[in-house]
Write a new protein. Sequence first.
Length: 306
Amino acid sequence: MSKIALQADKLTKRFGKLTAVNELSLSIECGAIYGFLGPNGCGKSTAIRLLTGLLLADAGEVTVLGQPLAGHEEALKSRIGYMTQKFSLYENLTVLENLRFVAAIYNVKGAAATQRIDELLQLYGLAERTQQLAGTMSGGQRQRLALACATIHQPELLFLDEPTSAVDPENRRDFWERLFDLSAAGTTILVSTHYMDEAERCHGLAILEHGIKRADGAPRALMQAMAANVVEISGDNLRQLKQQLAAVPEVISAAQVGNHLRVLVSKTVADAMELLTPICRDYELALVRPSLEDVFVSCTGGRHVG
Ligand SMILES: Nc1ncnc2c1ncn2[C@@H]1O[C@H](COP(=O)(O)OP(=O)(O)OP(=O)(O)O)[C@@H](O)[C@H]1O
């Protein structure tokens, strides 16, 4: 049986009247890349901060690398890496100074520090930029430096909070290749994102909404188990048809994608095509395979897209 790197049981955090994380439970296998997918404000960053021990939970328990997090935060710090949303680089320090500073924080010293820094400079394509100020680097370069800093002490468990929101698609792709390298070497990764294509790359993922976990599983399994059928409708006057469909109680969502409408029909309806055909007489209908975005829309009740 695979070992579990991170486990949470009914983790809850309130800020005044707001419950930012609501009874979140999860279990992540060693070496897996696990995603938090959800819109802004759904509690991804708060959950990550709770799981790293940076924020104290109001209720619930976390087990990190086989140890309870409570009371072991300091000991676990050396086994965890955390890359924050804003990358937390020192803009007025050079690439090398940033790496040396973080090495010192994690107690990586002397020849071991020099060797590790050299290795990371090569690995993340920063060897030519050691004297450049972090504040003057491009988004992709900053991201790579932030990843180098977060992994300087070779953590077993790595938390990445929306690491690709400030970079272009090519850098995102490249970054994910690096994450798979780390995963192949045994690092467990928890990464938050609001991009569907990124979430789809994860081995497992949780869909969060208002601090509540709405779904959890491998992306493919989530697509297969979805509680809705997906129908694509093409023809003229799609905006008007969309209004009509919005009034049908079994229609969870209808959103335009290019020149067709993508319609999610609850599986409480035995035959989605039979339901829609009389409403869409002059249109072409096709039952299609669900995407992760459909899963997201279906388990958040269509409240975030459409
Ligand atoms: N220290 C705090 N005090 C009060 N409210 C907070 C605090 N931290 C977070 N929140 C609130 O908790 C909710 C969840 O925030 P969080 O930053 O975890 O969401 P997120 O999913 O990471 O969003 P984003 O993608 O925008 O970073 C938000 O409504 C936020 O305003």
